[in-house]
Design a protein around this ligand. Structure first.
Ligand code: SF4
Ligand code: SF4
Length: 122
């Protein structure tokens, strides 16, 4: 069975998670993608947070409050797709995405195909 969600029709909820935890190899990959050393990439792209050494830095977002710094907030997509961290490659780890199901339900209920459903991350 193919995936039952379509990220192209989603405003990027998973990219707005408070913690996007990176491994060292993710920082190395993102650095290479931008022509930066590991240390330069670590400083530019990560911060220590939630007990993790390399947490993704975030920026403001009109829908979710904050979102990954690499998210294009107008086009609503990842700008480093080929170099994205492992956690982003793996998500949602199943054939269904819970948020996408919720989003589709709300869009049908509101009769608005563009509706952005909000949830509380806490
Ligand atoms: S929340 Fe689900 S549907 Fe939306 S971008 Fe993430 S994986 Fe794709
Ligand atoms: S790196 Fe890309 S896929 Fe991963 S959270 Fe950031 S914008 Fe989303």
């Amino acid at each position: 069975m193919s995936n039952q969600y379509d990220c192209r029709k989603c405003p990027g909820y998973c990219c707005s998670y408070p913690l996007i935890a990176l491994e060292k190899r993710d920082v190395v990959r993102l650095g290479k993608h931008h022509g930066l050393t590991f240390e330069e990439a670590r400083k530019a792209f990560t911060e220590e947070a939630y007990g993790r050494k390399y947490a993704m830095r975030r920026k403001k977002d009109v829908h979710y409050g904050k979102i990954c710094q690499f998210f294009d907030t107008k086009a609503r997509c990842c700008t480093v797709y080929k170099a994205r961290p492992k956690v982003c490659r793996d998500y949602p780890n199943t054939k269904r995405c819970g948020y996408y199901d919720f989003l589709q339900f709300e869009r049908r209920a509101q009769d608005d195909p563009e509706f952005v459903a909000l949830t509380d991350h806490s």
